[in-house]
Design a protein around this ligand. Sequence first.
Ligand code: TEU
Length: 538
Amino acid sequence: MTPSDAAAAAPWWQEAVFYQVYPRSFADSDADGVGDLAGIRARLADLAWLGIDALWISPFFRSPMADFGYDVSDFCDVDPLFGDLAEFDGLVADAHTLGMRVVIDWVPNHTSEQHPWFLDASSSRDSPRRDWYVWRDPAPDGSPPNNWVAAFDLTAPAWTFHEPTGQWYLHLFESAQPDLNWDEPAVEAAMHDTLRFWLDRGVDGFRADVIHGIGKDPALPDDPPDVAGIPHCALNDEPVTHERLRSIRTLIDGYPGGRMMVGEVFLMSTEAVATYYGHDDELHLAFNFPPLFAPWLAERWRACIEETLAALGPRGAWPTWVLSNHDNPRHRTRYDRAAARAGEDDATAARRSEARARVAAVLLLTLRGTPFVYQGDELGLTDADIPADRVVDPGGRDGCRAPIAWDGTPDHGWPTAAGTTTWLPLAPEADTRNRAAEVADTGSVLHLYRRAIVLRRATPALSRGSLELVESPAGVLAYRRELDGDIVEVRLNFGGTGVDLGDPGLVDADVLLASDGPEPPRRFTGVLGPDQAVVLRR
Ligand code: TEU
């Protein structure tokens, strides 16, 4: 096998740049103020232009929307708010025509309280589906069966008392999201059927929501004092989950065309996340969130990279990298807020904020592993400030979910009928930071993403090569990517002053990409500018 054959043999999801679409806020086709599948479909060519290889689309299934779609009442249908199955089929067909894959969300840990399964299970203790959910008698004093707390409201138990049948049911999230009982074989079979339903329709894979939650200690023991009060969804890490993942893997790999699953393993340890790849027989990919929560410091990022490669490398597991998603403030906002807490004044913030976000983009797109770009990060967006009367999310995550501005028209591509408005206020700076304006400006953040993605695709050392951390001055993160003798050097300045790298070998190196583009100087001077990242070839 020649090296190029080896590269060609890599599964597509290792080389792909993924793009997360949060459908409520991406693009709207019917002027109801909520995005939809036809809206996404109309913008596929824009994503292809950006160089995206695969979309992950957050839930669009039938849902009462207590958690904006992560409370599913029918896993095998499209909510009318977003369109219908025919529209979805058209979206997949169009994406495939444009050379893009489509990965959809799968929410196996819980359903909506309106799901027919839960309506049935809660109808009586004798319901044949009673055991599809997790029911327990009250403690002797009538209190919940254990001390677990739910996500979003840490003062609330992860249990709701169901008056009519006199038992508590478990929910790691909202009470409107009862947890499925995967110890019940019929649940596992039914959830496998939901995977088959979408695989048969041609999806390329799944992003599995809180996948580590599908195994629970059947004794449901109290959380020990040192972790009591942490949402229990962050704690489940049970051996049985790995068995269940192996069955899921067999099912998915039984389909032709290289289908895949990327799992949300919301555990705060990279070591723990690594085990969910199994021995290449569980998840194809797993999200690893410690880097998402890492501060913007070169030394901390160096440690994250070291930990990730050390935990995954020996297993042959392929890393993923995420800087933003629909559950957390955008990276630009997180880094700005941290800088403000550390005393950064407004004038400095104005100068550094976008530059930092650009360095972060170069980081995301040059690491070893599959990058996931969250919609709007490619425009350099910050979170929206949501006025108190517009807050809608129980978890307070509205700021990163603000609708994307498409152009400079007064409604920015989101027309709504008189007297109505978009479901959340639009993302900030919509007059200038909209897609049309950034397409027209080759110096925009959007063009930086595009150039970085084009470079990644054209440079196997970046998409497939090894990563070696390199010694560097304080405040600079440095690494080398290499494949088949081709060496690409990445240097990222996390600080606001220029740094002489003190590496004569880099002086006059070819600049393949500079975060402050558009046209990189052809030769590197050896000095990194403030908040500047460069990709070099000696
Ligand atoms: O998130 C799981 C999860 O653990 C995070 O939501 C976390 O609890 C939260 O960000 C803390 O603020 C997934 C989805 O990504 C999220 O949108 C859903 O709300 C959740 O599962 C329930 O389905």
